[in-house]
Design a binder for this molecule. Structure first.
Ligand code: NAI
Length: 258
């Protein structure tokens, strides 16, 4: 029997952060599942590479150069996606930045930059998408990207963990307010995933962070972008029709009590 609940044919998705890592893997997977995927990111070159990977999938896609910190620009992309009465069914707010510094050395400027992308940028994306869904009277799924950083204290993680904790509460609040409109809102909190973001962070540390993260997992490895993309597919699709306000954790088991 075909797994029709995971079939995204005739759905339209907007994915931020789609030029790299988890966002790119998600864009490709959702297009393989049949969605028309609108890929948004600051990085034009990376977007073109993602579009090449999407070429030939059932859903196909388009790219939009976008800074998610610019609320008007996000609204304009959603307006373009929904022009001519097309519906927007899925939005995955994946764009994010990592900042590692001791708490006492974290400047207001550092903190505000991380919050602008990781929190305000996620709100801009969810808000614009939800407004379009409500205006069209169609149901939808919003997926945000938190992090395992919300489950523990990490030295150096002040700005990043604060931002991801805010994403969790943003997700829960939106889930309560948007549920009556048929819009589900969930978050994914991945563990350590090997992407350009974590490669950049670990490069100067001889992969010691990756090794220690792999050692903490009962599965003995860190994650791949596809591990997270499949969690987003689940939340984006009808397979999770009764799931809202939840945080799911593709993290290799690092955060369970044992
Ligand atoms: P990445 O650095 O490979 O990709 C992030 C993408 O976001 C890049 O393409 C970048 O250009 C884009 N971006 C950054 N600022 C932007 C802005 N203002 N407007 C539009 N696009 C912007 O990172 P990765 O690892 O794929 O991370 C994706 C998301 O997953 C982030 O939110 C990150 O915090 C989260 N995450 C990653 C984990 C990991 O271990 N890699 C673990 C937990 C969460």
């Amino acid at each position: 029997m075909p797994l029709t609940a995971y079939d995204l044919s005739s759905r339209t998705a907007l994915i931020t952060g789609a030029a790299s890592g988890i966002g790119r893997a998600t864009a490709v997977l959702l297009a393989q599942a049949g969605a028309t995927v609108h890929c948004a990111d600051l990085d034009d070159k990376g977007l073109r590479e993602t579009l090449e990977l999407i070429g030939g999938t059932p859903g196909g896609g388009e790219s939009h150069v976008l800074d998610v910190t610019d609320g008007a620009a996000v609204e304009a992309v959603v307006a373009a996606v929904t022009a001519d009465g097309r519906s927007l069914d899925i939005a995955a707010a994946i764009a994010g930045v990592l900042h590692i510094a001791p708490a006492l050395d974290t400047t207001d400027e550092d903190l505000n930059r991380v919050l602008a992308v990781n929190v305000t940028g996620v709100l801009h994306t969810c808000r614009a998408a939800a407004r379009a869904m409500i205006a069209a009277g169609t149901p939808g799924s919003l997926v945000t990207m938190a992090s395992g950083a919300v489950d523990a204290g990490y030295p150096g993680g002040l700005a990043y963990s604060m931002s991801k904790a805010a994403v969790v509460q943003l997700t829960r609040t939106l889930a309560t307010e948007l549920g009556p409109h048929g819009i589900r809102v969930n978050s994914v909190a991945p563990g350590w995933i090997r992407t350009p973001m974590t490669e950049r962070h670990d490069a100067g540390l001889n992969r010691t962070v990756e090794e220690s993260m792999a050692a903490r997992s009962p599965l003995g490895r860190v994650g791949r972008p596809e591990d997270v993309a499949h969690a987003v597919l689940h939340l984006a699709s009808d397979a999770s029709a009764f799931t809202t306000g939840q945080i799911i954790r593709p993290n290799g088991g690092v955060s369970m009590p044992w």
